[in-house]
Design a protein around this ligand. Structure first.
Ligand code: BJW
Ligand code: ZN
Length: 249
């Protein structure tokens, strides 16, 4: 399959064209070129005011100061509402249409994969566009930007929280199991724009590699996954993913 002159990208494109079972695991880097800030990075791009995501994305922070945590989410909702899918999102939606068994597993809460037309999506960390009531438990889609009050309240009077998985909280069981099981039987697993440090999502490609999947990492820089990956493609997702999916002749 490989030749001495083929680039790693061409090799991977050939494998991808032949594959019938493909999983893509995405992280914040896939949305970076849409203008959505990533969480971690050397130049402080994950910071909002003086807070790190870890300071705000946990149940204790919300219990202490729900209005502060909601101000962060209100800022992000406003920002993401102005963002559009980029060529990486589009290429993954096109890949889904072509591959018989495809699953997009995402850690992103921005909803841009669905906006690009992806349908088979497992959202591991929830959605910016859903709320959950701490009073009656109702989960509802909520796309209001701006929100009328911070913190927002449910019709029952209860406090609403973002329907997002914070540190120390469990991921949705069905989505997580689907992610692990589908990746383990995939021929190719694409891991795009994630720092691969947040668990249990980071364990999905490691488990898949041990089960025989060919793991392809696409990132601007190496991560803890890189030594376990079959190929590492360095560069922006919005450039590399369309090249890969379009195939390289
Ligand atoms: C580009 C690019 C371009 C940029 N093109 N690439 C096992 C071991 C160790 C710890 C744990 C463990 N199990 C559980 C834990 C604890 C914890 C954890 O993992 N901590 C680690 C940080 C150490 N995990 C949890 O608490 C999880 N819950 C859980 O496991 O429950 C059971 C349990 C509880 C307690 C103890 C044990 C078990 C829940 C995790 C929830 C994560 N939630 C967040 C925040 C949501 C808030 C919100 O969005 O509002 O989800 S954290 C944040 O990180 C967000 C992301 O989805 C997630 C992953 O980040 P991602 O997507 O990788 O982004 P970045 O910014 O980190 O990286 C971007 C990458 O893109 C970089 O590599 C760039 O180079 C690259 N890039 N531009 C290509 N253009
Ligand atoms: Zn309620």
């Amino acid at each position: 399959m490989s030749s001495d002159t083929a680039t790693p990208l061409e090799d991977v494109a050939v494998r991808l064209r032949a594959a019938r079972r493909v999983v893509a695991l995405t992280g914040a880097g896939v949305s970076a070129e849409s203008g959505v800030p990533t969480f971690r990075g050397s130049s402080g791009e994950g910071l909002w005011e003086k807070f790190r995501p870890e300071d705000l994305a946990n149940p204790d922070a919300f219990a202490r100061d729900p209005a502060l945590v909601w101000r962060w989410y209100a800022w992000r909702r406003e920002l993401v509402a102005g963002c559009r899918p980029n060529p990486a999102h589009d290429a993954l939606a096109a890949l889904e249409r072509r591959v018989p068994e495809f699953l997009l597993v995402t850690q992103n809460v921005d909803g841009l994969h669905a906006s690009a037309g992806s349908q088979r999506i497992a959202e591991l960390h929830g959605s910016l566009w859903r709320t959950r009531c701490l009073g009656c438990g109702a989960i509802a889609e909520d796309r209001r930007v701006p929100l009328p009050e911070l913190p927002p309240r449910c019709g029952c009077g209860g406090l609403l929280r973002p329907d997002i998985v914070w540190f120390g909280e469990s991921l949705p069981e069905a989505e997580l199991v689907r992610g692990f099981e589908t990746a383990a039987v995939a021929e190719v697993v694409l891991v795009i724009g994630t720092s691969s440090i947040v668990y249990p999502a980071a364990a999905i490609p490691q488990h898949a590699a041990r089960s025989g999947a060919f793991v392809v990492e696409i990132n601007l820089e190496p991560t803890p996954l890189t030594p376990h990956a079959g190929a590492f493609l360095s560069g922006p997702a919005a450039v590399i993913v369309p090249q890969l999916v379009g195939g390289v002749s």
